[in-house]
Ligand binder design. Structure first.
Ligand code: ACM
Length: 533
């Protein structure tokens, strides 16, 4: 520090430059004041109610992990002596009528006060506080004095991850959940079963992971492929690991929605238990990408018994109110050829295989509902008649979502043109991607509520989600490269009020966000930004 700056700091502490107020997603209101709050080892964290301990610990561990600062933490009930050291106070106002996630944050000279209207709100106040920290590491962190009022626009703010095409270890899944939480998002859609691998331990059917969790090789390069390697590729999560991840997510107000794909994308399950397919096999865990004809046999009762058993274990592991059952990309050729499926269609007066798929999905929905859970499916579940209580995830565009909302069904918007993070971020992409071009600006400009919905239909749009299909993401580093910085743009789509969004302003704040990515050691993609397109 030069001498002039030294004396300026001693005589006038507010001279110290604080981090700029640059928050993603942009809050409802931010009022800056002059002066700073100095956060150091002498700062205490106090929380008013026991349900806030997880939020206090999240902040404590963030400071320790990224700044090497260990702050004491305690539950406080008594009035504090204001002359004591600086303090960060967390309080839950328990306003039942408020939007879930609302909070106020006041940073003054000696105190940071985060008041949530509910416990989630306090957690999101912590995320904003984190963004007031400078990104350069030092033993005294100067935060700007500021007043923030905030609440989310949508209640469903999701990120998906396909662990079937490539498998990601628990440590990365937790890091991914942290990314979700740091962006004030609240759903992790865990795509756990695929043609290329079954990734969740099911005790009653051990071959699902023993056989279905391994493929004998993997497609090399992009379609049309340069062949298939001969490296066995295996991986699955034990039930113990899943319980640990669910708890980790709960502490961050992230709901994990598990997806068990049916009736399609089920080659791995059929390879393990060939009697589940109409031809009875043999089947293989797929080594290439695409859509396959090997699907669960809808004509056989044993298929439903198997799926109900699997779902029983899934529901035991995941407290989520929603279970995702896939339902996308179902080639019904094997049903067309199957005498059992054709008999089922005659008995139930189903005119075609679309209606047989609808019968299949409706049976599963009835089962889930009987256990107190709600079903989500990709938009193909509209074909042949929507199950009575289903929530639709609209991916082939917005049409499925519009049709479902018009039938008064809840909708999650994930149109591929704005929400598929397996598409390239840059026109000059050098790594392999699935195709398509989705720059960060297009994500930012995504509006989840379709303009042509009537006012009374808008309420069915619960929110939106980005999907991360991992055919061309063999490791965690590539996943990060594909999700950043688009995840930051998506968080603003989902959290920030429409009238508060500005692409120009977002680009300025994104530069500060890059500082946070650096702190987190994230492999982010700058090419899309540099394209200027
Ligand atoms: C999907 O992308 N097949 C839902």
């Amino acid at each position: 520090m030069n001498r002039l700056l030294f004396w300026a700091v001693i005589l006038c502490p507010s001279f110290v430059q604080a981090a700029p107020v640059s928050i993603i997603p942009e809050p409802v209101s931010v009022v800056s004041h002059s002066g700073t709050f100095s956060l150091s080892e002498d700062t205490r964290i106090e929380y008013g109610q026991k349900e806030l301990k997880n939020s206090a610990e999240f902040f404590q561990s963030y400071l320790s992990q990224f700044y090497g600062l260990t702050l004491p933490l305690k539950k406080h009930l008594k009035l504090r002596n204001l002359s004591t050291s600086p303090v960060i106070v967390l309080k839950n106002n328990q306003r039942e009528e408020s939007v879930r996630g609302s909070y106020q944050l006041e940073v003054s000279e000696h105190e940071v006060m985060i008041t949530g209207d509910n416990a989630e709100g306090v957690f999101y106040g912590i995320q904003t506080l984190i963004q007031l920290l400078p990104t350069s590491v030092s033993s005294i962190l100067e935060l700007p004095q500021v007043s923030v009022q905030d609440a989310p626009r949508f209640q469903y703010r999701g990120m998906h991850l396909d662990v079937g095409r490539h498998f990601f270890p628990v440590d990365f899944v937790k890091r991914y959940i942290d990314f979700i939480a740091l962006h004030k998002m609240n759903v992790f859609h865990w795509h756990l079963t695929e043609d290329q691998g079954w990734r969740i331990e099911i005790k009653k059917y051990p071959k699902l992971t023993k056989v279905g969790g391994c493929r004998s090789g993997t497609q090399i390069g992009r379609e049309p492929s340069d062949g298939i390697d001969k490296n066995p590729y295996c991986g699955f999560y034990t039930q113990r690991e899943i319980k640990d991840v669910v708890k980790y997510a709960q502490d961050r107000y992230v709901t994990i929605i598990p997806e068990i794909e049916m009736p399609g994308h089920s080659s791995a399950a059929l390879a393990a238990y060939p009697e589940l397919g109409c031809t009875r096999g043999p089947y293989e865990v797929q080594r290439t990408w695409g859509v396959f004809n090997d699907i669960y046999c809808a004509g056989r009762e044993s298929t439903f018994i198997f799926l109900q058993d699997v779902l029983d274990e899934v529901m035991e592991l995941f407290p989520s109110p929603y279970i995702h059952i896939g339902g996308d990309e179902v080639p019904t050729e094997s049903w067309h050829q199957s005498p059992e499926c054709q008999a089922r269609m005659r008995e139930n007066h189903l005119k075609d295989e679309h209606e047989l798929q609808s019968y299949f999905v409706q049976r599963i929905e009835k089962y889930l509902n009987s256990k107190g859970r709600k079903m989500i499916g990709w938009d193909e579940i509209l074909e042949g008649g929507l199950a009575p209580n289903a929530t639709v995830m609209s991916w082939r565009g917005t049409e499925g979502g519009i049709a479902a909302a018009r039938q008064h069904h809840d909708v999650i918007m994930t149109p591929s043109s704005t929400s598929y993070f397996d598409h390239s971020q840059s026109k000059h992409e050098t790594t392999i991607a699935i195709g398509g071009y989705l720059p960060v600006e297009t994500v930012y400009r995504f509006e989840p509520v379709p303009a042509d919905l009537a006012p009374d239909e808008v309420k069915y749009i619960m929110g939106a989600q980005a999907n991360v299909w991992t055919e061309y993401m063999p490791d965690a580093s590539k996943v990060e490269y594909m999700i950043f910085p688009r995840l930051s743009a998506m968080s603003e789509v989902l959290w920030t009020k429409k009238e508060n969004k500005s692409w120009d302003d977002f680009q300025i704040r994104l530069k500060d966000q890059f500082g946070r990515y650096d702190l987190w050691k994230v492999n982010y993609n700058l090419k899309g930004i540099k394209d200027g397109t």
